[in-house]
Design a protein around this ligand. Structure first.
Ligand code: DX5
Ligand code: ZN
Length: 217
């Protein structure tokens, strides 16, 4: 299996985003956490910053929308050139239309599940999606502890991909670090978001390479 490593700029220096994007050499996606202080109790950045970031870096942008009313906003991120746009199951009103529109706008469509959200309730819409994000913390903040109890959700998603029922990147986000990534990979995740584990490291390229090595072993 080939693994995707997606450093999260939530833990980067927001005043130096172009340099911070360039510092994660070897990464596959750059994870961009959009928070609106309504869906989650934190506020980060929005469309203008993503537009500027798109112009400043070649790395594919993976926009994780932790916002209310994502149906209204998601397409704008696709049009801004995001590679993957993920909406939250708990916030999206019309998940199929949003996924269809994202794909029509040229982006991959992602659906994210908070820790308390059951995968079974979303299986019918997942054929319209490219990415399933299994949150391994409560969304809102970087630097929280990985929730190993989410691995059952990852395992079930991987099984559905293996049996041909779904075609999905299975992404995990929250607490992914050298001591947790192997467990998530073993459960079946193939895309790993890591904020503090990458941006908290002095040598970001090395941190990315090390996470990849640990996922592969
Ligand atoms: C949390 C965000 C994450 C965050 C992860 O709500 O979705 O992407 O950046 O940070 P770490 O890797 O530090 O847990
Ligand atoms: Zn995220």
């Amino acid at each position: 299996m080939s693994f995707l490593i997606a450093p999260s700029i939530l833990s980067a220096d927001f005043a130096r985003l172009a340099d911070e994007a360039a510092s994660v050499r070897g990464a596959d996606w750059l994870h961009v956490d959009v928070m609106d202080n309504h869906f989650v109790p934190n506020l980060t950045l929005g469309l203008p910053v993503v537009q500027s970031l798109r112009a400043a870096t070649d790395i594919p942008l993976d926009c994780h929308l932790m916002i209310e009313d994502p149906d209204r906003w998601a397409i704008g991120y696709a049009e801004a050139g995001a590679y993957n746009v993920t909406v939250h199951a708990e916030a999206v009103r019309d998940p199929i239309t949003t996924a269809v529109d994202l794909r029509a706008a040229g982006a991959k469509a992602g659906l994210s599940l908070k820790p308390g959200t059951d995968l079974d309730d979303w299986i019918d819409v997942l054929p319209h999606y490219d990415t399933l994000l299994v949150m391994t913390v409560e969304p809102g903040f970087g630097g929280q502890s990985f929730m190993p109890e989410m691995m059952d959700k990852v395992r079930r998603a991987r099984r559905m991909v293996q049996t041909g029922h779904l075609r999905l990147v299975v992404q995990v986000d929250g607490g992914i670090a050298p001591d947790t990534i192997a467990e998530a990979a073993e459960a079946g995740a193939d895309c790993f978001v890591a904020g503090s584990a990458v941006y908290g490291s002095a040598d970001r390229a090395h941190a990315v390479a090390e996470l990849r090595r640990l996922a592969e072993t």
